[in-house]
Design a protein around this ligand. Structure first.
Ligand code: TXA
Ligand code: MG
Length: 329
């Protein structure tokens, strides 16, 4: 009998963070909490560690990674922030915003992490554990969401374990991720473009820019062949159970992902994203409720309509991906 490779799970303490930094230095893979979702971290300058990361996730190698850094000054060493990017960074970092910008010449992040693109995605996370880890490690950390490719993003340590146990070295358990949606990605290469709606709303970004954000590449362009914004791959966020969107209620056998009140009767099981129609609460619950309903093995998950306001745009984007036909990734 062969023993399964083990993943150490540590509750966050100073020693645990030091151990995590040590593990990253040795080329290891460390899952850690951020305010958006849990990330699977590797040393951004170590191509071998990054290759292991792609393997652990089962992620197609064309999908580039976000480099997480401790502060704006470090971000400027890696990428060229134009005046729009600088303004957004000043206002929203640390926080749930990722900026895609041109790579600086001599940027130490491994080419593999940026999948050969001339641009780099940068984020300064706000979560105390992520910040401590970045500070202790002292180098950029690439971190995709800590799920197997094609699964929903993890918002708790338990989600990470259920996808990656035995495939990664260490998991820092810092409790649930408060935002619950991935970061919003804005490309600042010429006119700013929204590449992925996320935990920071479009309206907040537009208010700071003083003008509206262009939309990112249409989904046809965001394909395997032209990975300008591979986060937009059609079926990226997919539970096993089919989703039926904009449902007024559940049909026979279906389980219900509800929003607001009242809830139509008849579902075998119901989870309500936010009984009080609060978008922030709904975003924080989205991935864990999808996972919980997926685990029930129902013929379908009926999803009630969610308004497009505030974080509703990002929630609906994730739901549409989850509902798209599965592809092998
Ligand atoms: O909230 C988040 O952003 C989380 C936490 C852990 O920080 N990370 C995350 O990473 O969601 P990931 O890899 O699951 O999604 C990042 C997305 C990918 O879809 C990738 O294609 C896109 O960012 N991306 C990375 N580099 C890019 C670039 N240079 N230009 C355009 N898109 C890029
Ligand atoms: Mg992801």
């Amino acid at each position: 009998m062969t023993a399964e490779p083990s993943t150490r799970v540590m509750t966050v303490t100073l020693e645990a963070v030091a151990e995590a930094a040590h593990c990253l230095k040795a080329g290891g893979l460390v899952a850690f909490p951020t305010e958006t979702v849990y990330g699977l971290g590797a040393d951004a300058t170590n191509a071998k560690a990054i290759a292991r990361l792609y393997e652990a996730k089962g992620r197609p190698a064309f999908n580039p990674l976000i480099a997480h850094v401790h502060d704006v000054a470090t971000a400027c060493d890696l990428g060229k922030l134009d005046p729009n990017a600088t303004r957004l960074a000043e206002v929203f970092w640390p926080g749930p915003l990722t900026l895609a910008v041109p790579r600086q010449p001599g940027c130490p992040v491994a080419e593999l992490a940026t999948a050969g693109l001339a641009t780099i995605a940068l984020r300064v996370p706000a979560h105390a554990v992520a910040r401590d880890l970045l500070g202790t490690f002292g180098r950029p950390i690439v971190a995709p969401s800590a799920n197997r490719s094609g699964h929903v993003s993890p918002t708790t340590a338990q989600h990470v374990l259920s996808d990656l146990r035995g495939r990664i070295d260490l998991l820092l358990d810092g409790g649930p991720s408060p935002v619950g949606l991935e970061s919003t990605i804005v490309a600042c290469i010429g006119k700013p473009k929204l590449l992925r709606p996320g935990g920071l709303s479009r309206a907040d970004i537009e208010r700071v820019l003083g003008h509206s954000l262009a939309d990112g590449p249409p989904s046809a362009e965001a394909s395997d062949e032209a990975p300008i914004a591979p986060g937009q791959l059609a079926s990226h966020y997919a539970p096993r159970t089919p989703l039926r969107l904009n449902a007024n209620g559940a049909s026979a056998g279906e389980v219900l992902l509800a929003f607001g009140a009242p809830i139509p009767p008849g579902a075998r099981s119901v989870l309500n994203l936010s009984p009080g129609s609060d978008m922030i609460e709904a975003a924080a619950n989205l991935f864990s409720y999808l996972r919980a309903l997926d685990a029930l093995g129902a013929p379908a998950i009926a999803v009630m309509p969610i308004p497009q306001t505030g974080l509703g745009e990002a929630i609906n984007d994730r739901l549409q991906r989850a509902a798209a036909p599965r592809r092998d990734v």
